[in-house]
Design a binder for this molecule. Structure first.
Ligand code: ATP
Ligand code: LTN
Length: 338
């Protein structure tokens, strides 16, 4: 018995977070969230609502509070299971903010200046380029490193932040002795970069001003049909994957990602048929995937008591894990723990 326990390989750990900045899009779901559900059995997983990250841009308090409940509900609605995975809200676990300061002191100005997300967001919010927006990756590194994960499952846009996290972890370990596991980004091939339906050169983003640019996980079937109908394609009217066909490529990727069909299968399915048929098929496939999620989400949002109990349970468990790493880091740096 004992040997069996000793030789059983430890499951690899994975951690990821999502900001409660609005209802997630199909991009968030296909690029990140859906993979989290699939990882729960093979990895020891932790997932959090990154509410502290969300305040790097202004939030209206009442709306922000609702979005935190909604994002937590959505994590449950897509199939994350609090019995299998650690689910929590970042701000309810104080170690994240504390560790962020330690790591900020191990992050270089030049590194932060090179972050694409910082450059994009400061261009979009030119009136509020705050210190938090700049220091965002140090807080993200804390979220990750506190839980010692091997992998960070994210969409392709977050690869740069995970790479910076690795650099911070290595730097800290080299200076103070080994405290952190150095994690790797874990990026799925399918769905890693879902693009805007209105401008397929950009990623689909829930903060896009044009609502036709994204499918929200809460969109009803009519809205989904309408948005796909209006999606930008090209004038060739032939469904195939190719250069210069960003709009069609994106729709094919979405369709492939929700149906499991390959590009070749999709090409032959729509051989000789126009974009109208193709777009309608993509819409119906997406509607089918979202329907059960939407039903569970509506149920959960009616039960705030349950959501708060789950948040509390998650926060307690996350605090215990993260406190251990924080104390270790503090001790190695020479702080006095009493
Ligand atoms: P915002 O649009 O509000 O700036 P966001 O959607 O880019 O935010 P998050 O909500 O924090 O950012 O992203 C959560 C996860 O979804 C991350 O792992 C991110 O990589 C992934 N993701 C975001 N957009 C896409 C996309 N268009 N395609 C694939 N994955 C995505
Ligand atoms: N920066 C991420 C959200 C995020 C995150 C994290 C992702 C915050 N902390 C820790 C993975 C691990 C984003 O904008 N998508």
């Amino acid at each position: 018995m004992d040997t069996a326990i000793q030789t059983a390989p430890r499951k690899k750990r994975a951690l990821s977070c999502i900001q409660p900045t609005g209802i997630p899009t199909l991009g968030n779901y296909l690029g990140a969230m859906r993979n989290w559900v699939n990882m729960q059995d093979d990895f020891e997983c932790a997932f959090a609502v990154a509410d502290l990250h969300a305040i790097t841009v202004r939030q209206d308090a009442a709306q922000f509070r609702r979005q935190i409940y909604e994002m937590f509900s959505l994590l449950l609605a897509i199939g994350l299971d609090p019995e299998k995975s650690l689910l929590f809200v970042q701000s309810q676990v104080p170690a994240h903010s504390e560790m962020a300061w330690l790591l900020a002191c191990h992050t270089q100005f030049g590194e932060l200046s090179r972050m694409t997300q910082f450059k994009d967001k400061s261009a979009n919010h030119a009136d509020n380029i705050n210190l938090g927006l700049f220091a965002y990756p140090s807080l993200m590194a804390s979220d990750i490193l506190l839980y010692q994960p091997d992998y960070v499952p994210v969409g392709a846009d977050q690869k740069q932040h995970v790479e910076l996290t690795r650099d911070i972890a290595e730097r800290f370990n080299n200076i103070h002795g080994k405290v952190f596991t150095v994690p790797e980004p874990y990026i799925m091939k399918s769905g890693a970069r879902v693009r805007s339906l209105q401008d397929p050169t950009k990623k689909m983003s829930k903060s896009d001003e044009n609502q036709n640019a994204y499918i929200s996980l809460k969109d009803d079937p009519d809205a989904i049909r309408r948005k796909f109908k209006r999606a930008v394609t090209d004038s060739e009217a032939r469904v195939y994957y190719g250069e210069g066909k960003d709009g069609v490529n994106n729709l094919m990727e979405i369709y492939s990602s929700v149906t499991g069909k390959t590009m070749e299968e999709i090409e032959s399915e729509f051989e000789g048929r126009g974009y109208g048929d193709f777009k309608a098929a993509v819409a119906e496939a997406v509607i089918d995937v979202l329907r059960p999620i939407q039903q569970r989400f509506d149920q959960l949002m009616k039960d705030k008591g349950y959501l708060e109990r789950m948040m509390k349970q998650g926060a307690e468990r996350a605090s215990a894990v993260s406190r251990r790493t924080l104390d270790k880091a503090l001790k190695k740096m020479g702080f006095v723990l009493v």
